[in-house]
Design a protein around this ligand. Structure first.
Ligand code: PLP
Length: 555
């Protein structure tokens, strides 16, 4: 029987859920909602502002003036308010949106609040948000160059722009500016944690390749990764994932060793100098001892701007040790690396030594922390792209295509852990173009000036002390011990102070615990005021200080 011709479908094509026409309106409303939210936050601390929000939240003013920085939701609050099963039938868009202020906003900690001083900031900005929206709107998955050439090439170009802004060595650029192909390059990943993981597997790949070449019959030996006692926990986590250590829980006989994996590989925690930066001489001793014991040192992770106190590892001295032993050096500059857009703060990354970065194999920093680009955006640079792709590349038939086979393009899937990837470069491009290099420098400098103001306020009150030298915009401080006061008691007062300040809801700070300095034993509980919010101004820093000083008066 001949095929019946299909009747032409006259229905307009529409995706499930809201239609494209509805999206046009709902999208505008959502942008208004976000703009109102930002205006509310920008008006905090400025009651004279014409945009000063009302005192109770509404769909148009999702944050009320009196709303605490940190969500006061109790565990399970939202879970109890949400149905246990997905709706069977479609719900009207208005009903869904009504639940945003009613259900979601109470459980939001306002990371974009100008008085958010905890952890490190998670920057965002209107330009970046639009980039994120465009990325979602285009719905691109850029695993291969051929799956959206613009996704790969925009990323290469904006990363080269940033590399030039922070004065990275030419070997880390995609286009070094001379005729030769670049040995290195860069990639946008989600987080610094991913960057460190990729660095470790690249380091292991390079080390194995070198060992096999020099001695093809050699038997596998334990690998060692070194980082300082002050490094971010993501270094140990990356080593755990890579099978380079078993994890921090096993009780070590030697506290500097993070439990060996079954093959003996482990992480070695290098002690620090009094300023809490890695002791490069101790690192050299560890490496020598490990080589003597038949182990293979593969990587050192240095930190420029530790999370606890913003300590700066000496990349020059560490790089020399790494070079001598052919060990991969990765620099984690998650927050502080952003400040290198300003020539006066560049020394942290460059270690005040011309050429220091020539001994660095990879480094990364997070524009999502301090360069106005919303989470997630980690910029990872390497001078050895072959080690990355050697460690991470695997090509099933279904990913093969002419451009990749010809070797003329970068396929970023080979530079990262996942296969798929978002078009993150758009938001960075929007930020870099709409703010400009001079704007970025001024943005960083304004926060550093606020850090200076806060430091001087702390120093002006004899009841407090600045516990660590301020670097950039982060101030570490604590109540000054009273005459004869035990360390445990001053730590209890510091902890209580932090709880009281955060309970006011008008500012949010976090803490760290660090070894005491000056030959004293024990650890100190230290408050950290990390300045870097997109909307933070001096008025918020001064107001946070008033809250802190008033809270201590109640002790
Ligand atoms: N490294 C440092 C120095 C950090 O301060 C942080 C987080 O604050 C990280 C790594 C982890 O960052 P991410 O969330 O991007 O993995």
């Amino acid at each position: 029987m001949p095929d019946q011709p299909h009747a032409p479908n006259t229905e307009p094509l529409t995706p499930p859920g809201i239609s494209i026409a509805q999206f046009r309106d709902a999208g505008k409303q959502l942008v208004d909602f976000i703009a109102d939210y930002w205006q509310s936050l920008a008006a905090v601390g400025d009651p004279s502002s014409p945009t000063a929000p009302p005192t109770t939240p509404s769909p148009h003013h999702p944050v009320a003036f009196a709303m605490p920085v940190c969500s006061t939701a109790a565990p399970g609050d939202l879970l109890r308010a949400l149905p246990e099963a997905c709706p069977e039938s479609p719900e009207p868009w208005d009903a869904i949106m009504r639940d945003v202020p009613a259900l979601i906003m109470p459980g939001i900690t306002h990371w974009q609040h100008p008085s958010f001083f905890g952890f490190f900031p998670a920057n965002a900005s209107p330009a970046a948000i639009l980039g994120e929206l465009l990325s979602a709107g285009l719905g691109v998955q850029g695993m291969l160059w051929s799956t959206s050439p613009a996704c790969t090439e925009l990323e290469m170009r904006v990363l080269d722009w940033l590399a030039k802004l922070i004065d990275l060595p030419r070997d880390m650029l995609h286009e070094p500016g001379d005729a030769r192909p670049s040995p290195g390059g860069s990639v946008i990943m989600g987080t610094a944690s991913e960057g460190t993981l990729v660095a470790l597997v690249a380091a292991r790949h390079r080390s194995r390749a070198a060992t096999t070449t020099s001695n093809p019959t050699s038997s596998p030996r334990a690998h060692v990764v070194y980082t300082s006692t002050q490094a971010h926990s993501s270094v140990i986590k990356a080593a755990m994932i890579a099978g380079l250590c078993a994890g921090p829980d096993a009780t070590p006989a030697d506290p500097s060793i993070i439990a060996p994996a079954p093959d003996g590989s482990h992480v070695r925690l290098v002690p620090t100098l009094p300023d809490l930066s890695m002791d490069a001489a101790a690192l050299a001793r560890f490496i020598d001892a490990d080589i003597l014991a038949g182990r293979v040192p593969i990587a050192v992770v240095a930190t420029v701007g530790t999370t606890g106190t913003m300590a700066i590892d000496d990349v020059d001295a560490i790089g020399r040790v790494c070079q001598e032993h052919d060990v991969w050096l990765h620099v984690d500059a998650a927050f502080a690396g952003c400040a290198a857009v300003c020539p006066e703060f560049r020394w942290m990354l460059h270690a005040r030594a011309p050429g220091a970065l020539a001994r660095v194999d990879s480094l990364g920093f997070n524009p999502h922390k301090w360069l106005l680009t919303n989470f997630d955006c980690h910029c990872f640079y390497t001078r050895d792209r072959a080690a990355l792709t050697g460690a991470l590349s695997i090509t099933p038939e279904y990913l093969r295509n002419a451009a990749s086979d010809a070797g003329r393009v970068i396929d970023y899937r080979d530079w990262q852990v996942p296969l798929g990837r978002r078009f993150r470069a758009l938001k960075l491009w929007f930020v870099l173009r709409s703010v400009g290099a001079a704007g970025l420098r001024e943005y960083i400098r304004s926060h550093v000036r606020m850090g200076e103001v806060f430091e001087s306020l702390v120093r002006s009150d004899a009841r407090f002390e600045v516990t660590h030298p301020r670097e950039l915009s982060m101030v570490c401080f604590a109540p000054r011990p009273r005459q004869g006061e035990l360390l445990a008691d001053v730590n209890t007062r510091a902890r209580k102070l932090l709880t009281q300040v955060n309970a006011t809801g008008s500012a949010f700070l976090t803490h760290t615990v660090v070894p005491c300095s000056g030959g004293e034993t024990g650890s100190r509980f230290v408050l950290r005021l990390a300045i870097g919010g997109t909307l933070t101004r001096e008025v918020h820093v001064r107001s946070a200080w008033q809250t802190i000083a008033a809270a201590l008066s109640k002790h």
